[in-house]
Design a protein around this ligand. Structure first.
Ligand SMILES: *Cc1c(COP(=O)(O)O)cnc(C)c1O
Length: 427
């Protein structure tokens, strides 16, 4: 797919190297060196500035639910932008109300929706809802990721991201993920909220044991603590259900959404139920752009398309195909394949994820080294069987290249211990 030559394309000053230099000359240093400039996308494919084609299994970090340039999203955005683009929250726009109605309808309970523009902001709103209970103590999971603004970072359980910004807004206890007894010990009648991801995405697609979310629900119910489920990565069909927590039949007090919801447009949503729904009152919170009608129209197009094209079932089947393909190759570098639906983590026998990512890219496959030893796969929900098969062939070749060059300890290690811990309860 990618001929890898890219030869001579830089004469225009818009080739890969030139665009990368421009980017690095002016962009804040938050992201390090970009992997590639991309200039065009269609479905599961993207092209770089030199015309090389890639199969995109990064999906804008689990954002591009329908792939690139999906006609339903293009149409919804174009029509809305051409009729009413932005009104502020001093006025009501119909697409915003319709999206809130749709989301509550999908969850199947009455509630209230606060719209923001990102995942971190959705969790900031949850943090403030927690404070409005009158309690300050919060519990979150080690390794969990909830965003990088100060409140969301206070909930995030990754020390390297937190340390430069301490002291963070306070009174958050982090407990080991997947350990119900640790929750039982940490959550008390002083605890405002417990926040958990149904699957820890940024931590390397970590799946908790079955029954964990149910235990979290029971424990928080007993202490009058709000259960906040961060479905920013797992929600909107990613695991083959609208919301991953449906697999355990758990009804949270607050659900946060973002990534896949806007089909590539920036949106966050905080859904609150029961008494949590009444805590945000006039003056307590707000966002100028939140609920922007163009972005809401895009999200409605995503929801309509997922429903119309039966994508929830497709995600389950395509996820199985991808997982079985990865497992059946029994590649010595692959220690485990885990996750749910089309959110999969390929755990490697060693810290080789960056090298696998690079080898895959050279073969025209975009994947994400989410942790030193884990590759995350999050293709569009409508990825075709043919694209999955094409991916499997190229990825096996990338693994073989890295394996051939890996230290002997990795090549000869106890790598036959191939296992699968796909969360059947999340699938
Ligand atoms: C990505 C992510 C966030 C943060 O979203 P941003 O839009 O980057 O602020 C929060 N929680 C989870 C589970 C995520 O995956």
């Amino acid at each position: 797919m990618n001929d890898g030559t890219g030869a001579g394309a830089d004469v225009t000053g818009a080739g890969n190297a030139a665009l990368t230099r421009r980017w690095q000359g002016v962009m804040a240093g938050t992201y390090g060196a970009p992997r590639l400039p991309l200039v065009k996308g269609r479905g599961t494919r993207v092209w770089d500035a030199e015309g090389n084609e890639y199969l995109d299994f990064v999906g804008g970090i689990a954002v591009n639910a329908l792939g690139h340039a999906h006609p339903a999203v293009v149409r919804a955005v174009s029509e809305q932008a051409a009729s009413l683009g932005h009104v502020s929250n001093l006025f009501a726009a119909e697409p915003t109300a319709r999206l809130a109605e749709r989301l509550l309808g999908l969850i199947g309970r009455p509630g209230r929706v606060y719209f923001a523009n990102s995942g971190a902001e959705a969790n900031e709103a949850a943090f403030k809802i927690g404070r409005l209970t009158g309690r300050t103590h919060m519990v979150a999971a080690a390794g969990g990721f909830h965003g990088r603004t100060m409140g969301a970072l206070a909930l995030t359980g990754q020390p390297a991201k937190r340390r430069p910004f301490e002291p963070l807004p306070g009174d958050v206890t982090h407990v080991p993920y997947g350990d119900a007894e640790a929750l039982r010990a940490a959550v008390t009648p002083r605890t405002a909220l417990l926040v958990l991801e149904p699957v820890q995405g940024e931590n390397g697609v970590v799946v908790p044991p079955p029954g964990y979310l149910r235990a979290a629900r029971e424990i928080t119910a007993a202490t009058g603590t709000l259960l906040v489920l961060d479905e920013i990565q797992t929600g909107i069909g990613r695991t083959g259900r609208w919301f991953a927590a449906e697999a355990e039949g758990v009804e949270a007090d607050v659900v946060t959404l973002a990534k896949g919801l806007g089909g590539g447009l920036p949106i966050g949503a905080t859904l609150a139920f029961g008494r949590a729904a009444g805590l945000l009152t006039p003056g307590t919170h707000g966002s100028t752009f939140g609920g922007n009608p163009v972005v809401c129209a895009a999200a409605l197009a995503v929801l309509d398309t997922v429903e119309r094209e039966g994508l929830l079932g497709h995600v389950s089947r395509a996820g199985q195909r991808l997982r079985r393909g990865l497992e059946s190759a029994e590649h010595p570098l692959v220690r485990e394949v885990r996750g749910a639906g089309l959110l999969l983590g390929v755990a490697l026998a060693g810290d080789l994820a960056a090298r696998v990512q690079q080898a895959a890219q050279a073969r025209g496959l975009l994947v994400n080294a989410v942790a030193p030893s884990v590759i995350r796969l999050a293709p569009p929900l409508n990825v075709s069987d043919g694209e999955v098969d094409l991916f499997l062939t190229g990825f096996a070749s990338a693994l073989s290249e890295v394996h051939a060059g890996a230290p002997a300890a990795v090549r000869g290690g106890p790598s036959g211990a191939f296992t699968s811990s796909i969360a059947t309860h999340c699938g």
